[in-house]
Design a binder for this molecule. Structure first.
Ligand code: AMP
Ligand code: MG
Length: 401
């Protein structure tokens, strides 16, 4: 049995980088940058008015009211590109370039225009007021986003503004998903006696898709070593990662590991000091990484997110490969394990003082996944912590939405 941290390091060591591809900007949300993003212009690209009003010289309006001759207009997209002289003003709009010679913008509410080509400035304005100077935010050539960052909707404006019509991102991993168990029927079937519907294939598909995987859901596999070997071999030929569920425990019909070993797979680990998820297998068959997750649906979510998600992100060059960590106050007592770290499903909320609370979910029965459906985080109890009391501060990891 190896510690979780060592298991994660092992996964990272064997997760090889996929290549890059250019993708149209509108299809990049969720993908990982494979290039640094460089500003190709200053921001703002020119001295920009922040208000509708008049571009003036602060000195001209020190004593007010001051009467200035309007000699032009600067609008967004159509500036006034001459030098403004003392005693003059330019009518200016938000987003428009401020002309040479002006050093402030007085907002329109503090002015009066009488229609005779003269504006009366009613209040003084200090030099620099309501002007955003060229390059004061970003300088041309500056790196604004780095390779390895995951593109989110908030970054799209940055990519668009600097002309990235196409973005170099890491390729999407091909993931085959294979549920094993002779008791399983597909979601569109009514289970007969002794049968249950498969949920793991769909869970893994959902989570893997969030990590950009192109997912192939394979037909359900029975507990039969020859059948498993054939399906695993075929899946490995067409995928970067194969994720199985079930058949890795100590039961007499648990054949996933046997099938992998008979196929000559290199097994990196097959037991992790983790609750739930101890019998998790990590192996490689040819160039395909194989995760053999336990069958219990809650174990699947925990082990997928700790290990397989990490691999999928590392293969895409992600800067952050593991789940986001935080601390939270335990809202109810929980039990841990002596020989393993626990990752227990929880709902996060904040109390009236703004303190982050982790509410453990009822867990331990065969229908765990129903209460698990509300989980937003996992509470991490260290090894040897047999129990934790309400009020204790513990580590948590956030589950992806
Ligand atoms: P196993 O790891 O194969 O011993 O399975 C552990 C438990 O998870 C058993 O109760 C299985 O019936 C259940 N299980 C296994 N695979 C799936 C699946 N694909 N969908 C839902 N439950 C499953
Ligand atoms: Mg089974």
């Amino acid at each position: 049995m190896i510690p979780i941290a060592e298991a994660i390091e092992t996964v990272l060591r064997h997760a090889e980088r996929l290549g890059a591809e250019s993708v149209e900007l509108s299809n990049t949300v969720g993908r990982f940058l494979a290039e640094d993003i460089i500003a190709d212009t200053d921001l703002p690209p020119f001295d920009r008015a922040q208000m509708d009003g008049y571009a003036v010289r602060a000195d001209d309006v020190a004593p007010t009211p001051a009467r200035l001759r309007i000699v032009g207009e600067s609008a967004a997209g159509a500036g006034w590109h001459h030098e403004m002289n003392p005693g003059e003003a330019i009518r200016i709009m938000t987003g428009a370039p401020v002309p040479k010679g002006a050093d402030a913008v007085q907002q329109v509410e503090l002015t009066r225009e009488d229609g005779s080509g003269v504006v009366e400035i009613l209040e003084p304005v200090s030099s620099g007021r309501s002007i955003v100077r060229q390059a004061s935010e970003i300088r041309s050539g500056e790196t604004v986003l780095r390779a390895g960052e995951q593109i989110n909707a908030a970054m799209i404006a940055t990519l668009a503004s600097f002309g990235y019509a196409e973005v170099k991102v890491s390729r999407r991993p091909r993931v085959a998903v294979m549920a094993t168990g002779s008791e399983l029927v597909d979601v569109n079937q009514r289970p007969a006696r002794d049968q249950i519907r498969d949920s793991n294939n769909y869970t893994i598909e959902a989570y893997a898709s969030q990590s950009n995987a192109i997912v192939a859901r394979l037909p359900l596999a029975g507990d039969n070593t020859e059948e498993l070997k054939r399906m695993i071999r075929e899946a490995a030929e067409t995928s970067n990662v194969l994720i199985t569920s079930g058949g890795v425990s100590m039961g007499v019909y648990d054949f996933t590991k046997a099938a992998l070993k008979e196929l000559g797979a290199e097994i990196f680990f097959e037991r992790v000091a983790l609750r739930p998820g101890k019998p998790t297998v990590f192996a490689r068959l040819g160039n395909t990484l194989v995760f053999g997750l336990p069958g219990n649906p809650v174990s699947v979510t925990v082990t997928f997110n700790l290990f397989a998600r990490t691999a999928l992100r590392a293969m895409q060059g992600a800067t952050h490969t593991t789940l986001d960590r935080d601390h939270a106050v335990l809202a109810r007592d929980v039990k841990g394990a002596v020989d393993r770290e626990s990752y227990l499903p929880a709902v996060l909320r904040t109390d009236e003082n703004g303190v982050l609370l982790a509410e453990p979910l009822k867990w331990g029965g065969s229908s765990d996944f129903v209460s698990f459906a509300r989980a937003t985080a996992l509470i991490n109890l260290p090894i040897e912590m047999k129990s934790a009391k309400a009020g204790e501060v513990l580590k948590i990891v956030r589950l992806p939405g």
